[in-house]
Design a protein around this ligand. Structure first.
Ligand code: APR
Length: 153
């Protein structure tokens, strides 16, 4: 099991799946969605048009590639079902949607950690696009790690 937070551009990661933060139409937006569509080319939009959207809290998979906790779990379930072992997430909902960063980090990392306990073959990277985002995810990662560490008397 591996869970880490790094800074960078999610479109540049060598992983089996990258997760987008799209709206329910799946038909393109700004932020990380714009970056992924620019990197993927027009084929991704063509495939998204066939999906008929995605309700909040659920996930859809495309060849190229909340209910916030459920959204992370849905992504990881889909990744597993599709044979992906290494998955990169952006900080979903903390850009255009303005979900409070520390709370989003906590929801995301708790959901991912719980999932990875059951599926330790997965390796997850949180790709943080700004120093503030990376800081928030590192603080919460450390906190969760302290909570789960066995007590030393
Ligand atoms: N790699 C990693 N992270 C990125 C990248 C990138 N290339 N580009 C942007 N980000 C970061 C943002 O800085 C932010 O921390 O992704 C995080 C999520 O921000 P948004 O993309 O704005 O996503 P979200 O807050 O979930 O809002 C979704 O935005 O583009 C629209 O259609 C989309 O309506 C939906 C909304």
């Amino acid at each position: 099991m591996e869970l880490r937070a790094v800074t960078g551009d999610i479109t540049k990661l060598q992983v089996d799946a990258i997760v987008n933060a799209a709206n329910t139409s799946l038909l393109g937006g700004a932020g990380v969605d714009g970056a992924i569509h620019r990197a993927a080319g027009p084929g991704l939009m063509a495939e998204c048009k066939t999906l008929n959207g995605c309700p909040t809290g659920e996930a859809r998979i495309t060849g190229g590639a909340a209910q916030l906790a459920s959204c992370y779990r849905s992504c990881l379930t889909l990744a597993l079902e599709n044979g992906c072992r290494t998955v990169a997430f952006p900080s979903i909902s903390t850009g255009v949607y303005h979900y409070p960063l520390m709370q989003a980090a906590h929801v995301a990392l708790k959901a991912i950690t719980d999932f990875l306990r059951l599926h330790p073959q997965l390796s997850v990277t949180m790709v943080c696009h700004s120093p503030q985002t990376l800081h928030a995810y590192q603080v919460v990662l450390n906190m969760l790690y302290q909570e789960t560490k066995p007590h030393e008397d």
